[in-house]
Structures are given as C-alpha cells and as structure tokens.
Write a protein that binds this ligand. Structure first.
Ligand SMILES: Cc1cc2nc3c(=O)[nH]c(=O)nc-3n(C[C@H](O)[C@H](O)[C@H](O)COP(=O)(O)OP(=O)(O)OC[C@H]3O[C@@H](n4cnc5c(N)ncnc54)[C@H](O)[C@@H]3O)c2cc1C
Ligand code: FES
Length: 267
C-alpha cells in the first residue's frame, strides 16, 4: 500500500455543489496535494480564520484532477464542522493536511466489487476511476437508507460495468441492506466470487460484509470509520482492534484501509 509524503498547505475552495439535502462536494485548487493522492487516503481539513473549530476534520479524497490540479471531497452534514463547511464560498481558504494514511492496494487486481454504505461512497469513487484507468473490471454496489440520500450514480457510470443500489426502506432498487444485495448477486453469478471486495461504510455493515467474505472465501479490503484527532499517529486516538484482540492498529497511520482478517470490527 502506498504512503507518499504529506503536505500542510492553504488551499482555496473553487467549487461547492449540493448532491442532496445533506451531501455536498467541496473542490479545492491544490496541484501538489492532487499529485500525491491515491484512493483510500484522506486529508484533514480546517477552515482558516475560524477559531472555534479547533480540530481538523478527516475527509476521504473523493475525486482528484491530477492534470488540472484539483481535489474534491464529498461531505455529509453530521455536526458542527460539516455544517460550518457547508456555508463556505468559492475563494474561502482551508488548511489542508495530507494526503494521510494508507490507501487501497489494487496493483494485482483484475476484477473488483466496490461495496459502500451511505457516505462510505466518498473514497470509492476515486478508486473506481483509477481502477477503470488501469483496465480493472469494476462492479459497484451501493446502499442507502432511502432514495432521498442516493448520490453519485452519474459520476460513477463512466467507470463501472454494473451499478446496483439497495435502500433500507425499499424506496429504490433492492429492498434491504447492501450486504443482502451483494449476497443475492453472488448467488446469481458464481463467477463473482473470484473478484476482490473493496468497501467503506458503517461498522455494522463492514462486520456483516466481512462474515460474507469469509463464507464465500473472497479477498477484501475495508476503509474503516474511526474517530480521529491528529490524523498522523501522535494522539493514539484512533485504535482499531487486531483480529485476535491482542492489540491495536492506529486507523490513521496503519489504515484507514485494512485487509480482511487483519482487524476486528468492534461494536
Ligand atoms: C479516514 C476518515 C475519512 C472520512 N471521510 C469522510 C468523507 O469523505 N466524508 C464525510 O462526510 N465524512 C468523512 N469522515 C467522517 C468525518 O470526519 C466526520 O463526520 C466529521 O469529522 C464530523 O465532524 P462534525 O464537526 O460535523 O461532527 P461532530 O460534531 O464532531 O460529530 C457529530 C456526530 O458525528 C459522529 N462522528 C464524528 N466523527 C466521526 C467519524 N470519524 N466517524 C464516524 N462518526 C463520526 C460523532 O460521534 C457525532 O455523533 C471520515 C472520517 C475518517 C476517520
Ligand atoms: S488520529 Fe491521532 S493517532 Fe490516529
């Protein structure tokens, strides 16, 4: 897995776009950061000149224009930071620290199934785009609470062979959770078990997905959600239990991407 050097820099917002009631994208001009970034890595964002938001907020790299020099993040409003960020305007400056963490390893992958729950989609759009550029067959399976939360189908269409959607309330696509949908797809097409799974979503989804991958003998990589402060291994605030519970990894430096079998999805 790659770990290029990190940068601390100021960058201006060049675009803000709403995708639905609570998801929006922020695009920054940051050529050097864009060049260093790979799928699954994240950047710590801090709005410059706002003193009462002390901690930087970790955000996965959602899309990246390496030639044009931009980086984009997909944010879901869950609290004060993500709400404050949603009020910015083009030209406003952020402090960016990144790219941080170890991203996905897809050097030897030919067939991939990308599995996401909710805002877990953020790192996997960049991954789908990079995989497509390297001729990997990409299938994408998304899960949302409801149709009103759905996003990114348009962005994904050029990069994926197949896009399947599940909603918990049945308002669109498969009625049920995303792991249930994946199970149905695997039962219908035996050849899918040769593909490697790449996933990001809430812990409950990841636990159930890990069980399915073990049953089906499939390889998998998971980008975990953990609370973080520093983002680079100093505060020890982001422990992820080893699979046998004999110790901890740090999500920010050992992850956020881990292989199936390396970690235990804690409650
Ligand atoms: C490596 C990494 C990548 C991430 N990528 C994205 C992304 O691309 N897009 C995105 O919208 N969010 C992402 N997150 C989550 C995001 O960092 C938090 O939602 C954000 O920091 C919350 O800030 P806030 O001030 O709005 O909420 P707060 O007021 O701090 O918290 C509001 C609620 O969100 C919960 N929360 C806060 N941080 C996290 C977290 N890290 N994981 C799970 N729940 C949390 C809190 O427990 C609380 O219930 C990522 C987190 C990590 C660790
Ligand atoms: S966030 Fe500080 S050690 Fe991981």
């Amino acid at each position: 897995m790659r770990e290029p050097g990190k940068l601390l820099c100021e960058a201006a917002v060049i675009d803000i776009k709403w995708l639905n009631d609570s998801y929006y994208t922020l695009r920054f001009h940051s050529p050097e950061m864009a060049l260093r970034s790979s799928p699954g890595q994240f950047v710590n964002l801090k709005l410059s000149n706002v003193k009462d938001l002390l901690l930087r907020r970790p955000m996965s790299i959602y899309r990246c224009g390496k030639k044009e020099g931009w980086l984009e993040f997909l944010l879901k409003i869950v609290g004060r930071g993500t709400r404050t960020f949603s009020h910015v305007q083009p030209g406003d400056e952020f402090g960016l620290l990144g790219p941080l963490g170890r991203g996905f390893d897809f050097d030897d992958v030919n067939d991939a199934i990308l599995v996401v729950g909710g805002i877990g989609i953020a790192p996997l759009v960049f991954l789908a785009e990079e995989m497509h550029a390297r001729n990997v067959n990409v299938r994408f399976v998304q899960g949302f609470v409801s149709q009103s939360e759905m996003c990114c189908a348009e962005e994904l269409t050029p990069f994926v062979e197949e896009l399947q959607i599940a909603t918990d309330d049945g308002s669109y696509g498969f009625h049920g959770d995303v792991v249930g949908l994946l199970r149905e797809l695997i039962r219908g097409k035996a050849d899918l078990t040769g593909a490697e799974i790449f996933a990001c979503g809430p812990n409950v989804m990841m636990r159930s997905l890990a069980e399915l991958c073990v049953q089906e003998n499939m390889k998998a990589q998971f980008s975990v959600e953990a609370h973080m402060a520093c983002g680079f291994g100093v505060c020890v605030g982001c422990p992820v239990p080893l699979h046998n519970r004999s110790g901890y990894y740090l999500a920010c430096t050992d992850g956020p991407v881990f292989r199936l079998g390396d970690i235990d999805f804690a409650d």
